[in-house]
Design a protein around this ligand. Structure first.
Ligand SMILES: Nc1ncnc2c1ncn2[C@@H]1O[C@H](COP(=O)(O)OP(=O)(O)OP(=O)(O)O)[C@@H](O)[C@H]1O
Ligand SMILES: [Mg+2]
Length: 1012
């Protein structure tokens, strides 16, 4: 906010609390208009965000914008939905308190778009991992699915959500989104069977027809023409220019599979969607008896197949009603009208229940599975509520009644929580609480929901009582019971003026936001939401898995009457309130600028109406009841200290005294401000604006002096070789630069008021830089250079980061690969000084060099009890003439054996192996040293192999002799029978040559592969 205090003439105020005339609706709307004209669609009322729908794409949602709002204090930057999102996220992380963001506004105001922006912000800015990415994708992809099934084109919005939605996003201890859960409220089921002119049914029907593949449509018995389906023609609006059903179909299909729907589930789901269309095309004719008979056999055939039910039973259930008379069950035929309404009731029930199933299914896919602490509740939560705002139409019915009741509840919550937090702040700051006069709408909530006496109770009673209850008898009951209530009036009870605008079938509620007239027509039916029992029975027998889950057989045996729609809604709202009460709320109030969905058009009447019904003036009044502005002392002092000689350039004493000195110097009157424990509270915006203007003047007047100071500091910096760049000196006109420079000079001093800003900034920059440039893998040794104050922390972080990457790497490593790595590590320990070692590193060690087919069967037979772990071809040099003999060396679990074709020539127990010698060259020669005293052994064994490092590493590991391998720099001494000694001499030569030398030694010449 501070950033734009000066721009208020052009763009209005960023926070409505700064409106001088805060009780004036005209001033409020004027501020909205100024900002809207400049494409500034966001404005605060304290911490509430007011959002205007721009009806055009604005360049304010890029990655850069997201970064700009990350970790930045709410009021330091212009209002934005990202600021609200980030603020909620940071409060959740730092205070470990669950948050919720309540988004409200009328249809088309931008609630759903806002909720998507919030979700997108978290998806992009929160930490991620592979698993988190899946959750993020699912969270994002739940939107197109829910919108396809729960949104429709209405007159107000081409993508209108026809249900209320509350979504919890769960975050783990690192702040990464790891799960989610959705609660849905009151889907507008009546849309399935009827749409007003210019409106459509739910998107999914058109998407399926336009986008569905040919063979899919054939299987579903559908044609690619929405005009053929009765449930799609009522609104006479199959095509909408802003909607591309074919593309959307692809998006939804992809989203379904990302969320985790398998092919069969999608098929069953689409069967149901198609069956609703077929149901709409079921027609009846009147028989002579007056009862209805189905005339569309083809539809019944499709329905039987798609819903997997018995066609004959379905046909009967659509035209009959089961009644119980004197303990006997009878099928009573329905007339035409009754049959049509039974059919529509079935369509609504099937669609409505499938929608709930869909939400449950998405929830299962989003469920947070904490594998580390499965029993603990380790996730923190941010809830997003995208719910219908107040609705006031020419004709308002049961749906508007429920929706507006919901808004009363939300208003009550808002008042309670806002007042509570205000009061808490006053208390914690030690300021006397000043009672805020506000209208408590509890009286209206009670009127609607009170047990026995409330409107919902009376409606339920009319729905349940035997006899000829009707919408009109309900109205009469209301008059009898709540007739005297100050917020209720009917035609009969009204005075002359009101009576003129109130129909005989209407009642009026005086909501907190204004009056709404409700027509009682349809209240009883909609509240009952009845589905005949025999239709339920047919559906319960379905073999379509989704239908089976939607129509539970227990429903048939349960004698208790199902809860009415209004009571269900009331109960779900009570639960929602509990959920919201347990969290810290943020509010986004959405406004649409015009009804034509056009950019740039500011329809004042429409906006005034919304300001009123969103209760924004009431919000502002509550927020402004005490003080318009409050800031922590250090923030206030930092900004305004140039205005007072005692506080400029630095105040050394207590912050509170500094602020007190400052405001005294500025001439604040006692009733204009209060000093709390850590904050200053300023009552009127004009006081703040006067201070702000004074600062502006001061900035200019000190500009030149500041310039001089900067030059001096610049020279000092130069002298001190502090590498202050000349460009820095060039920005001397801006006084803040001075402070930065001063901070820089003090940068190596202990933390003090002169350098704390700089030090914090440097630390923050380092951490942000580190966050973006963390090493990518365990081999990546890059690490940003830390500032002096963070060297130790940086070292800790580097270690933690490496440990973490190693842990992740190890966890992902397959057992075979782990084994390979262990062997390679051992090889490096033993052979790193050997000339041939570097060449061996990139070559993988293999399981064995000889397969069982290459070993003589007799040998295998002789070793029957033991498994050959590794086998390799070797050359043995005999003890006398050092003649080369071709042999195989087999490694077993407890011994090694030298084999000549079918014969086991020599067994070497690992326990008896004294040591292994090799040269430092690349010759492949090695000596196995054996005990001298063993009579059976004829001395040490001299062997050669092309796979020396691999074979000896395996031998050393198997025999547990890693420390007994000797890499000799010159000759190797070995024993030849009965304690006689012999020598192998190694020399470097052009090629490998192993011969008996004239001096009787074994001479090995080997090339050097690596220069040293
Ligand atoms: N921030 C925005 N930027 C651009 N266009 C927007 C924005 N917010 C809303 N719109 C436009 O307004 C239309 C309606 O918005 P949205 O669907 O969010 O309304 P809603 O409040 O959820 O309405 P309903 O109650 O009918 O569901 C969007 O389809 C989009 O065209
Ligand atoms: Mg919506």
């Amino acid at each position: 906010m501070e950033s734009a205090l000066t721009a208020r003439d052009r763009v209005g105020v960023q926070d409505f609390v700064l409106l001088e005339n805060y009780t004036s609706e005209a001033a409020f709307v004027e501020n909205l208009r100024r900002r809207f004209k400049e494409n500034l669609i966001y404005t605060y009322i304290g911490s509430v965000l007011v959002s205007m729908n721009p009806y055009k794409e604005l360049e304010i949602y890029s990655r850069q914008h997201m970064d700009r709002y990350r970790g930045v204090s709410f009021f330091e930057i212009s209002p934005h939905i990202y600021a609200v999102s980030d603020n909620a996220y940071r409060s959740m992380r730092t205070e470990r308190r669950d948050q919720c963001i309540l988004i409200s506004g009328e249809s088309g105001a931008g609630k759903t778009e806002a909720s998507k922006k919030v979700l997108q912000y978290y998806a992009v800015t929160c930490p991620a991992s592979e698993q988190v990415q899946t959750v993020k994708d699912r969270l994002l992809q739940s939107n197109p699915v829910l919108e396809a099934f729960g949104n429709a084109k209405t007159l107000r919005n081409d993508n209108s959500s026809r249900f209320g939605k509350y979504m919890d996003v769960q975050f783990d201890f690192r702040g990464a989104p790891v799960g989610g859960h959705i609660l849905n409220y009151l889907l507008e089921k009546s849309r399935v069977v009827h749409q007003n002119h210019g409106e459509r049914n739910f998107h999914i029907f058109y998407q399926l027809i336009e986008g569905g593949e040919e063979d899919l449509l054939r299987r579903l018995g559908l044609e690619r023409n929405p005009q053929l389906y009765q449930y799609l023609v009522k609104g006479n609006c199959p095509k909408v220019s802003s909607i591309n059903d074919r593309n959307e179909w692809k998006v939804v299909r992809k989203a379904l599979s990302i969320i985790g729907f398998c092919e069969e589930e999608v098929e069953e789901l689409l069967n149901i969607i198609a069956s609703v269309l077929h149901l709409g095309n079921v027609h009846f004719e009147e028989e002579d008896s007056g009862s209805a008979a189905v005339t569309t056999e083809t539809q019944i055939k499709y329905l039987a197949r798609l819903l997997a039910v018995d066609g004959t039973l379905l046909k009967e259930a659509l035209t009959h009603k089961k009644i119980t008379a004197k303990g006997e069950e009878l099928m009573s035929p329905l007339n035409l009208e009754q049959a049509a309404s039974a059919r529509d009731a079935l369509s609504k029930a099937v669609y409505g229940r499938t929608f709930t199933w869909l939400v449950n299914k998405i929830n299962a896919s989003l469920a947070y599975k904490d594998e580390v602490y499965p029993t603990s509740r380790s996730a923190s939560v941010i809830g997003l509520l995208d719910i219908y705002g107040f609705e006031v139409f020419q004709h308002n019915s049961f749906e508007q009644f429920c929706i507006n009741y919901c808004n009363e509840k939300l208003q009550q919550l808002f008042i309670e929580l806002t007042l509570k937090s205000e009061q808490e702040e006053y208390e914690s700051e030690g300021i006397a609480w000043e009672p805020v006069p506000f209208f408590n709408n509890k009286i209206i909530c009670d009127l609607v929901e009170e047990k026995f006496r409330g409107i919902i109770s009376i409606l339920d009673e009319e729905c349940l009582r035997p006899g000829d209850a009707s919408d009109i008898t309900f109205l009469e009951k209301l008059e009898d019971t709540v007739g005297g209530h100050p917020h209720f009036v009917t035609h009969k009870l009204a005075d002359g003026k009101v009576r003129k605008v109130l129909g005989r079938d209407e009642f009026r509620l005086l909501h907190y936001a204004g009056e709404v007239n409700y027509s009682v027509n349809g209240f009883l039916d909609k509240n009952n939401d009845l589905l005949f029992r025999n239709l339920k029975e047919v559906m319960c027998q379905s073999e379509n898995n989704i239908v089976t889950q939607c129509f539970d057989r227990d429903e048939l045996t349960d004698k208790k009457r199902p809860e009415t729609t209004a009571t269900q809604f009331k109960n779900s709202l009570a639960k929602l309130m509990e959920i919201l009460m347990s969290k810290e709320p943020s509010y986004i109030r959405c406004i649409k600028p015009n009804d034509a969905k056009q950019p740039g058009r500011f329809d004042e009447m429409l906006i005034r109406h919304q300001v009123k019904y969103l209760g924004l003036m009431e919000n502002l009044r509550v927020r402004r009841a005490g003080f318009a502005y409050r800031r922590r002392y250090e923030v206030f002092l930092q900004r305004y200290k140039p205005l007072c000689p005692e506080t400029w350039p630095n105040w050394d004493g207590r912050l509170a005294d500094g602020v007190s000195t400052l405001v005294k110097h500025l001439g604040y009157k006692p009733d204009e401000f209060k000093l709390g424990r850590s904050k200053i509270f300023i009552r009127f915006p004009k006081t703040l604006f006067a201070t702000e203007d004074a600062l502006e003047v001061k900035k200019h007047s000190i500009g030149e002096r500041v310039g001089m100071v900067v030059v001096v500091i610049g020279i000092r910096c130069y002298v001190l070789s502090l590498r202050v760049s000349l460009t820095a000196i060039a920005i001397q006109s801006w006084w803040r630069g001075v402070l930065d420079r001063a901070c820089f000079i003090y940068r190596n001093h202990p933390r003090c008021p002169e350098n704390e800003y700089f030090l914090d900034y440097v630390r923050y920059s380092f951490l942000m830089n580190l966050r973006r440039n963390l090493p990518k893998n365990v081999l990546d040794k890059s690490w940003p250079k830390p500032p002096p104050a963070l060297i130790e922390a940086s070292e800790h972080l580097r270690k933690m980061c490496m440990q973490n990457m190693v842990r992740i790497y190890c966890r992902k490593t397959q057992p075979e690969w782990k084994n390979q790595m262990e062997q390679k590590v051992t090889a490096s320990e033993i052979f790193r000084d050997k000339d041939s070692y570097p060449q061996s590193v990139p070559k993988l060690f293999v399981g064995t060099r000889l397969s069982t087919e290459e070993i003589n069967p007799k040998v295998l037979q002789a070793l029957a009890n033991d498994k050959v772990k590794y086998a390799v071809a070797v050359t043995k040099y005999d003890r006398k003439g050092y003649r080369p003999r071709s042999r195989q060396l087999l490694l077993m679990s407890t011994f090694a054996v030298i084999v000549e074709q079918g014969k086991l020539k020599q067994r070497i127990d690992y326990s008896a192996l004294r040591g292994i010698s090799v040269s430092s060259l690349s010759d492949g020669v090695f000596v196995l040293h054996l005990p001298f005293e063993d009579k059976k052994q004829k001395g040490d064994v001299v062997l050669q192999t092309d796979h020396l490092i691999e074979a000896l590493t395996k031998l050393a590991i198997s025999a547990d002799k890693v420390s007994c391998v000797n890499v000799s720099q010159d000759s190797i001494k070995f024993t030849v029978g009965r304690g006689k000694e012999a020598l192998i001499d190694f020399t470097v030569g052009p090629e490998l040559l192993i011969t008996k030398a004239k001096n009787g030694h074994l001479s090995v010449t080997a090339p050097r592969l690596n220069s040293r």
